[in-house]
Ligand binder design. Structure first.
Ligand code: PMP
Length: 411
């Protein structure tokens, strides 16, 4: 087989890969292990984004790889959902136990999970709350990120995400993020649900005030509105608790889960109480690959690893360690950082707007062997795999320091 150079591969990507993402030319990855990625030239990088928190267990976790091989050896990778198979049943049982919920609807991507939750919320609104047909409203927060399908971008407040993709979905109400009073004011008799991220990750790692989810929960209970937590990015230990809602001791009516649930493979699920999830009957919703035996087996293994390796505790401890390191850098190079925020190992560093944009800083970090991506113009995201070691964090901090040392802030 012909071996292509990184430059040749980039040229092929430019020609045949639709440019719905930008990418640094000449950097083409081939292998991953834990928090380290290797490109086709053999250069190693520290991975400080773990595929937008999809790799909480790191790349190539031996237990996950073994489980994947074992399931492939059984030969059953797909089966119509109209038949039962062993893996889906054990998956939904274990995920229900993991979340303390009753029922699970497996899908493939986070976006599909959010879409599915929207359908459930609407059907629940019509059949259980008595909302007149066609009138259901779902409330979302400004600056959210829930995915890229047409219904989900209909709730986006970022013009690039929805411009030229209309007409958009009706029945969506947008409120500011972080103050429950706006939620209460937006509710009317046709409100079926609120869909909210416990921490807005893609929105720039925005942490709401303590008690926000608790306030939403209380209002939802009082007004008969579903609380749907999009924990696609915050779920499975990322924030230092198993779920972002745990910070407020809140159980939503529905969790939307994805990313880390699959241990590096595409698996998502909508998980909720029996009362809500039971509105879905045979034929109401489906997905050819949703809940396939391979996905279910690796997801079961990912949940086991997350629990056994106590990744929630690791995220909490290592998050504090990493933030302390960032604060040291701030002391040495005052003025470069505007704010450090986040929970666990979901950390945002907002840069001084008088300096370079976060995207340019990411390019410099990458040249020195640290991989991450901005969220919003001036925010660097640091969300390494939760299996990262203190030594690897130190290595990353040294790279960050050397890049920040070069930044000029002109006052
Ligand atoms: N919800 C949240 C909170 C997310 O962060 C993302 C992805 N970044 C999604 C939904 C969409 O997930 P996917 O890309 O798997 O469709």
């Amino acid at each position: 087989m012909k071996k292509y150079t990184a430059e040749e591969l980039t040229t092929l990507a430019d020609k045949h890969l639709v440019h719905n993402y930008g990418y640094p030319p000449g950097v083409v990855f081939r292998e991953g292990k834990g928090c380290r990625l290797t490109d086709v030239n053999g250069k190693e990088y520290l991975d400080f984004m773990s595929c937008y928190s999809a790799l909480n267990v790191g790349s190539g976790h031996p237990t996950i790889m073994e489980a994947a091989k074992n399931q492939l050896a059984r030969g059953l990778t797909a089966l119509p959902r109209t038949f039962l198979q062993e893996e889906i049943i054990l998956f939904v049982k274990e995920l229900a136990e993991f979340t303390g919920m009753d029922m699970v609807l497996p899908m493939n991507s986070g976006t599909e999970g959010v879409e599915t939750a929207m359908k459930i919320a609407r059907k629940w609104g019509y059949t259980q709350k008595g909302i007149p047909e066609g009138k259901a409203e779902i409330i979302f927060c400004a600056n959210n990120f829930h995915g890229r399908s047409i219904s989900v971008i209909s709730a986006s407040t970022i013009p690039q995400y929805y411009d030229h993709f209309g007409p958009l979905l009706p029945g969506i109400v947008i409120i500011p993020f972080g103050d429950a009073i706006d939620f209460r004011r937006a509710i009317n008799k046709n409100t079926a649900a609120i869909i909210v991220e416990p921490v807005q990750a893609e929105g720039g790692i925005i942490v709401p005030p303590d008690g926000y989810m608790q306030d939403l929960r209380k209002i939802c209970d009082k007004e008969k509105v579903l609380l749907i937590a999009d924990e696609v990015q915050t779920g499975f230990a990322r924030t230092g608790q198993m779920f972002g809602c745990d910070y407020d001791n809140v159980k939503p009516d529905i969790y939307v889960l994805g990313k880390a649930l699959g241990g590096g493979f595409p698996v998502s699920a909508v998980v909720g109480t029996k009362e809500v999830m039971s509105v879905m009957g045979p034929g109401d919703h489906g997905s050819t690959f949703g809940g396939n035996p391979f996905a279910c087996h690796v997801a079961r293994t990912a949940m086991k690893v997350i629990k056994e390796e106590e990744l929630d505790k690791r995220a909490l401890q290592l998050g504090a360690y990493f933030r302390a390191g960032l604060i040291d850098i701030d002391l040495k190079y005052p003025g470069v950082i505007k704010e450090i925020r986040g929970r666990g190992l979901l950390i945002g560093v907002e840069m001084n707007e008088k300096g370079p944009r976060a995207k340019e800083v990411c390019t410099e970090l990458m040249k020195k062997g640290l991989l991450t991506k901005e969220t919003r113009d001036y925010v660097l995201r640091f969300s390494p795999a939760l299996v990262i070691t203190e030594q690897e964090l130190n290595e990353g901090l040294r790279i960050i320091e050397s890049v920040f040392a070069e930044i000029d802030i002109d006052d």
